[in-house]
Design a protein around this ligand. Structure first.
Ligand code: 13P
Ligand code: SF4
Length: 312
């Protein structure tokens, strides 16, 4: 007989105790995973949770770079990701080799490299400091004034941070395949239907979409904005998993998914690879495990620690 959702949840909770594990989940995970997790949050919140946990095992329900970040700050712990194929199109848009070649070719510029956390350990290892969408403005403001900044890998987030800080930066030409699906036209259309609903967009969206938004912020800050705003309904322009989180936190309010040109909402296929079945299996077998060669891990830890320090 196939296991029911309730059986799976009970098994996951039992395994979690047995393994001394903590389950961390990103806001884009499926509802069932969000509900079984110990902590659900954005990349910044998850980084802090990973850095402070006492658990011996971290089951990271998110994408590869997030689990890798948890391992970088916890070299002696076991970090597992339910599905190793859970990658990120944005992270893919800047490889360690491509960044190394670029920095070598432009050595005269002596870049100060700020890397958005959506990147591999090989890219983090070449950065001076990491940022997330939740702290990017603060990190860029804190960066040394006398250096040329190279911001990798998201040109949309980078452009938004430049607008917010007035600080010029050179931007790597990468983007998130999910967030660029939203268009000014698709968002205008839903706004016509719900003219009183504020539009809240993630900074990975295109400039034309951000221009239509009442607020641009990280997934976690979306919750605070909606909590504090008197409106009853909101249009959420980010991956659709965020709606579960918002509905759980603010059940008295209505959340409408921002549509793309083609679909009623945007889904990150990588985030959706994780399932309860795979979470149970990874707690059982402690695989797939995230491993990173020590010299690379040690080098990648420095800019993450700097970020955690600067964004306190
Ligand atoms: P947040 O850090 O805002 O949760 O964003 C992570 C992400 O992958 C957005 O696509
Ligand atoms: Fe990467 Fe985009 Fe998915 Fe976020 S939504 S994990 S940036 S592909």
């Amino acid at each position: 007989m196939p296991a029911t959702g309730l059986d799976l949840v009970a098994d996951i909770l039992a395994l979690k105790r047995e393994r001394n594990a903590v389950i961390l989940a990103h806001n884009y995970q499926i509802k069932e995973i969000q509900e079984v997790a110990d902590f659900v949050g954005d990349s910044l919140g998850l980084s802090y949770q990973a850095a402070k946990t006492d658990a011996q095992v971290i089951a990271f329900c998110g994408v590869h770079f997030m689990a890798e970040t948890a391992k970088i700050v916890n070299p002696t712990k076991t970090v597992v990701l339910p599905d190793l194929e859970a990658g990120c199109s944005l992270s893919e848009s800047c490889s360690g080799e491509a960044l190394e070649a670029f920095l070598k070719a432009h050595a005269r510029k002596n870049y100060y490299v700020i890397a958005y956390i959506n990147c591999s350990a090989a890219v983090k290892a070449q950065a001076d400091v990491i940022c997330t969408s939740g702290n990017a403005v603060k990190i860029v403001r804190t960066a040394p004034q006398d250096r040329n900044i190279l911001f990798v890998p998201d040109e949309n987030l980078g452009a938004w941070v430049m607008e917010q800080t007035g600080r010029p930066m050179e931007l790597w030409k990468g983007h998130c395949a999910v967030h660029v699906e939203f268009t000014a036209q698709s968002i205008e259309k839903i706004r016509e239907q719900y003219p009183d609903a504020p539009v809240i967009a993630h900074p990975e969206c295109r400039h034309s979409v951000r221009l239509l938004a009442d607020e641009v912020c990280s997934t976690e800050k979306m919750i605070d904005y909606c909590r504090e705003h008197p409106a009853k309904a909101f249009i959420i322009v980010t991956e659709e998993g965020m709606l579960h989180r918002l509905r759980r936190e603010l059940p008295e309010k209505t959340f409408l998914a921002g549509p793309t040109q083609e679909c009623a909402c945007a889904e990150c296929r990588f985030m959706k690879l994780n399932t309860l079945e795979k979470l149970k299996a990874c707690l059982e077998t402690l695989t797939p495990e995230i491993t990173i060669p020590e010299p690379l891990r040690a080098r990648a830890e420095l800019p993450i620690r700097r970020m955690l320090e600067w964004s306190k």
